[in-house]
Design a protein around this ligand. Structure first.
Ligand code: ADP
Ligand code: ADP
Length: 227
């Protein structure tokens, strides 16, 4: 469970988040939706401490994320961005295994885990494991980014506009993939998007954010029925 408690984030010239409180349940696919500049990314980044709130706290299963060791915190959190940010001179296999290597997994176990995950995101490991990022389409690169995020079996995955640069067909395929993976693993996901259609399609529940404040929280049905 993730509890955002009275999160405030002030930058020099503006307030990005204003006294925002919200609870995400374990195993939920939870979507933060709102226009560009509304504070979604800032809120997401308070979870893995890429942003430190001006006041308020984030509790992960009851533990204040500010209290523990940063590396330990991030080891249990997968992170997927709009650009998959793969290392250009490393193969798919090496990119996907980078976190496992840092965790000290043996090479054969890393290879097995990466191949298993590549197959689960519909990238044939025999074809893709040795490819370089430059040889991948945008959708394929995002699949590898998802594999990298899942590799260490995180308790939580943060996704920040992961599909917004993709063409409509790839976007739809990747949305289906996320729904499938979430149904299989029940890993908690917080997914940021400005696209309400995407939010409604994916979310167990969603929060509508506007100008740093929470406007609505609920299931897609509840949000769509609200006046
Ligand atoms: P969203 O993800 O909804 O597009 P952001 O969380 O990125 O919104 O940004 C919220 C507001 O905070 C925006 O007005 C943005 O310009 C501002 N902001 C974000 N990061 C910084 C920063 N590092 N310094 C100053 N202002 C920032
Ligand atoms: P599953 O139960 O889904 O097969 P595991 O958690 O057992 O997945 O992980 C797959 C393999 O990786 C196992 O053989 C396990 O021993 C190994 N493994 C898991 N976590 C670590 C770790 N932190 N360091 C080294 N090896 C690990």
């Amino acid at each position: 469970m993730i509890e955002f408690q009275h999160i405030q984030k002030d930058y020099e010239n503006e307030t990005a988040l204003q006294d925002l409180s919200l609870t995400v349940q374990s195993h939920e696919l939870f979507v933060l939706v709102g226009p560009s500049g509304s504070g979604k990314t800032t809120l997401l980044k308070t979870v893995n401490r890429l942003v430190v709130p001006t006041s308020g706290q984030v509790l992960l299963d009851g533990q204040d994320v500010a209290a523990g060791n940063l590396q330990t915190l991030r080891q249990h959190i997968g992170y997927v961005l709009q650009s998959s940010a793969l290392f250009p001179n490393m193969t798919v296999q090496q990119n996907a295994g980078v976190q496992l290597e840092a965790l000290g997994w043996p090479k054969d176990k890393i290879a097995a885990r990466v191949r298993e995950l590549l197959a689960r995101v519909d990238l044939d490991p025999a074809i893709y494991a040795g490819r370089m990022p430059a040889e991948l389409s945008g959708g394929e690169a995002q699949r590898v980014g998802i594999v990298r995020a899942l590799a260490g079996k995180p308790n939580l995955i943060l996704m920040d506009e992961p599909f917004s640069a993709l063409d409509p067909v790839s976007k739809r395929q990747l949305q289906d993939l996320i729904l499938k993976l979430h149904a299989e693993t029940h890993t908690t996901v917080i997914f940021v998007t400005h696209d309400m259609q995407e939010a409604v399609r994916l979310a167990d529940r969603l929060a509508v954010i506007h100008a740093g404040q929470l406007q609505q929280v609920g299931t897609p049905e509840e949000i769509l029925q609200a006046p």
